[in-house]
Ligand binder design. Structure first.
Ligand code: PGA
Length: 242
């Protein structure tokens, strides 16, 4: 299977012009570009090979399509805008917006129901990882079981240890591979078909090593996806791995 590269632009860039430039440079069949909402349309129009993703979604999905939810965006709107993927439960949303596992679970269900692919983010904070990989597994298990309650079908789980995001220090790929196996086994008994990808300080320097593990199905890239030269190098490395 091809490895998936998810470009999570977070709250960047500031203009549609920059977004288009970056999208064109990131246009590859193994890539999912997740721009901020205002640029979904512009990015969609300028990619031919990459897929479009969103960074968040709302859980209410009224049959009529819309509803009185100020500021929110529904799965149906994202689908109509050409998105195929949605990132849900990123640690920055858990932290800054106070998203709970209950909210994330509702988002996962609404998004799957709409026929979009979910990229569900889970991962432990530093205080937990200090106690070892077993403690991290217990933390991730709790998040995953709560976030996927009642879900079935295909799911992409992004294992993103919170301490590795934007820190310049990625997880040890050996540990990531073990966590990926753990996550797959955990969801085996449910009706979920899972691909595990990794996120947290992935760059062109370390992506080759991380992707050399068969258990790791791709990467969720934040900071490095904003630099077109760097991201192109990463695409090249990943497209040679199967
Ligand atoms: P990073 O972010 O690549 O900048 O560490 C990853 C993420 O938060 O998804």
């Amino acid at each position: 299977m091809n490895k998936l590269l998810v470009a999570n632009w977070k709250m960047n860039p500031t203009t549609a012009r920059e977004a288009i430039k970056l999208a064109k440079a990131s246009n590859h069949k193994n890539v999912v570009i997740c721009p901020p909402f205002p640029f979904l349309n512009a990015v969609k129009k300028n990619i031919t090979a990459a897929s479009l993703g969103a960074q968040d979604v709302f859980w209410e999905s009224p049959p009529a399509g819309g509803g009185a939810y100020t500021g929110e965006v529904s799965p149906a709107m994202l689908k109509n805008a050409g998105a195929r993927y949605v990132i849900i439960g990123h640690s920055e949303r858990r932290r800054y917006v106070g998203e709970t596992d209950g909210m994330i679970n509702k988002k996962v269900l609404a998004t799957l129901f709409a026929g979009l692919k979910v990229i569900l983010c889970v991962g432990e904070p530093k205080a937990v990882r200090k106690n070892g990989l077993a403690a991290a597994k217990a933390f991730v298990k709790k998040q995953l079981l709560a976030d996927t309650r009642g879900a079935h079908g295909k799911l992409i789980v992004a294992y993103e240890p919170v301490w590795a995001i934007g820190s310049g220090t990625p997880d040890d790929p050996k540990d990531t591979a073990e966590m990926a196996r753990f996550i797959r086994n955990l969801l085996k008994s449910s009706k979920i078909d899972v691909v595990v990808i990794y996120g947290g300080s992935v760059t062109s320097k370390n992506i080759g090593r991380i992707m050399s593990y068969g258990e790791i199905g791709g990467a969720l890239v934040g900071g490095a996806s904003l630099h077109s030269h760097e991201f192109k190098t990463m695409i090249q490395i990943v497209s040679h791995k199967k």
